[in-house]
Write a protein that binds this ligand. Structure first.
Ligand code: ADP
Length: 304
């Protein structure tokens, strides 16, 4: 459940245009973007049955995204079409390093938690929820989480953190209700106000029983039932870091949903993350299960 848009990715390093300037670039690629959409695509590629819930515009970009989803067998029947907004677009500059974005949220602005079709969504066995905005929507988000749990699904969340946003301790309350809570390193240190990730994880273990922190080129670490497990990243050349975290989430949750152990889930997560950063476009680099296993065969000797 969450955001979906078009990502325009400027290939290679480029200046971001200044007012009055036109900058020519070697190439620009168009992909599906948005954290929830990239997660859905990567998970569907791995072979799980996925339905996506979000809002698209009634335009050709929206049709392009629907076609991409359909190509990977994603159920699009929960997607709403906006009567007001066009499909969102995000232009990414310098995708391999210090990324800058020019973004139009478009139809994502209409994604309303209180209007979600929870009965239909809960026909799946697991729901991955995004779009938590701290104090602004805590009560509604928590209410949706509790209703979904009552309907018998397991839940995962990647809530994100925006430096401009106000810190809100309600996140710890949310953790109590989520089966797998995922975040990146910056978010983990912000949430817990700790300097070391291990200390942060121990703090969060008082609230969530299964927490996963993504550490970029360092891999990832999870704390499940008080046990801390680390897995290093795979060594790849990063060309576009967009969607690395969402692709990681897909690999990790594939492991969780298949009942695999934490070590294997971290390995699958890191492999999907590495495949994602190795190609332009948030989920273009990720593969089906055969591709993932081949990636592991090629790289397991060469971990960082
Ligand atoms: P987010 O995109 O959510 O900020 P990270 O930057 O931590 O998350 O990246 C998510 C995952 O992608 C990491 O845990 C790792 O598995 C993989 N990853 C990210 N950057 C690299 C890299 N340079 N080399 C290899 N793997 C990477």
């Amino acid at each position: 459940v969450g955001d979906v848009n078009i990502d325009l990715v400027v290939v290679g390093q480029s200046q971001v245009p200044q007012p009055g300037q036109e900058v020519f670039v070697d190439n620009m690629l168009m992909h599906v973007g948005g954290g929830a959409a990239l997660f859905a695509l990567s998970l569907a590629k791995l072979g799980l049955g996925v339905a996506f819930s979000g809002v698209l515009g009634a335009d050709s970009n929206g049709s392009f995204i629907r076609e991409q989803f359909a190509q990977y067998g994603i159920d699009t029947s929960l997607i709403e079409t906006s009567k007001v907004h066009r499909t969102g677009i995000s232009i990414a500059f310098n995708p391999d390093t210090d990324r800058s974005f020019l973004s139009y949220a478009g139809s994502n602005q209409e994604l309303a938690l209180e209007r979600l079709e929870l009965d239909r969504i809960a026909q799946g066995r697991h729901v991955h929820l995004t779009g938590y905005r701290g104090r602004e929507n805590h009560a509604t988000f928590l209410a949706v989480v509790k209703q979904l749990k009552e309907k018998g699904v397991t839940l995962s969340c990647d809530v994100g953190w925006d430096d401009s946003g106000e810190w809100y301790e309600g996140i710890f309350e949310l953790m109590r209700h989520i089966d797998v809570f995922l975040m990146n390193e910056t978010e983990a240190l912000h949430y817990t106000r700790r300097a070391r990730i291990e200390d942060g994880l121990r703090h969060m273990a008082d609230y969530g029983k299964h927490i996963v922190v993504k550490l970029g080129a360092e891999g990832a670490v999870s704390m499940k039932d008080g046990v801390l497990t680390r897995h290093p990243a795979f060594k790849v050349e990063a060309v576009d870091t967009t969607g690395a975290g969402d692709s990681f989430n897909a690999g990790y949750l594939y492991g969780f949903l298949r009942g695999l152990d934490v070590e294997t889930s971290l390995k699958y997560g890191n492999a999907c993350g590495a495949m994602s950063v190795g190609a332009y476009g948030g989920s273009t680099g990720t593969a089906n299960m055969d591709g993932l296993l081949q990636f592991l065969e090629r790289h397991e000797g060469g971990r960082t």
